[in-house]
Design a binder for this molecule. Sequence first.
Ligand SMILES: C[S@@+](CC[C@H](N)C(=O)[O-])C[C@H]1O[C@@H](n2cnc3c(N)ncnc32)[C@H](O)[C@@H]1O
Length: 264
Amino acid sequence: MIVENKNFWQQEAFVWEGFALDRQSHWSKRSHFVLRQLKELIPTPGRSLDLGCGPGYLCSLLADCGFDAYGVDISENMLSRARRRDARVHFARGDEKELPFSENQFDLITAFGLLEYIENRRLYLSRVVELLAPGGILVLSNSNRLSLFVILAVISRILRWPWHFGEDGWRQTIINLGRSGIWTGGMINLDRAEPICSAAALDRQARARGLERVAFFGMFNFPWIDRYSRLRSLQKSAVGRWLLRHLAWNYIAFYRKPGLRNEI
Ligand SMILES: C[S@@+](CC[C@H](N)C(=O)[O-])C[C@H]1O[C@@H](n2cnc3c(N)ncnc32)[C@H](O)[C@@H]1O
């Protein structure tokens, strides 16, 4: 059974706006880290699309960098906050069944915290790759099912340390982790997700669609590790790269579509 998640995301709009505006939150940091890495990969900004854009924070950052920015979300409440924030960005309602764009349009497509909520992830990825222009960059975040964060949360629960999750969220969290690879006690939209629950699985799906991975990093959801300079230095050693790929809570990968990019 697929649980309709639209209402869930309608109610979540103010929560995600709070995350976006708090510079110390995992989600705000993720946007800023990605932007720093993107500056090395895309020297001249073109047209960008953020899928599952929420209240539009990343879209605004991309517009600040000179991108002609588009954002899509399933939730009207998210979109109305996004529109209030930034009139420069083109926002549209859309979901996995309806992406109101034609092929080869975007030089950059981003999707953070979204794949986990998509039922048919493989089909969705194929459609997204079609929207990407030759030479364009796709940046995806994905949850690692067995991250350091998850392992410590489970241990702390077994040992009854008062850390992170109380009774309420526990059962649902474990169910969601099994179904979708995502560590959340909140509702997710499906109970038969196609699992892409590790860095290796995401890379495999990208490779199968002809994409080449050009960069990656991971975020652990621990503020003391998740500093840009620390994550960059982890990338310098083989052990560090292994940790980023396999034990990070969020694996964030940058893929390039083959072909030459049309400079704007
Ligand atoms: C976890 S939040 C992430 C928000 C933002 N990308 C970020 O990283 O801060 C997931 C977002 O995806 C949207 N969403 C959920 N399912 C979706 C779907 N099938 N199609 C488009 N957007 C969806 C939600 O409304 C929400 O804004």
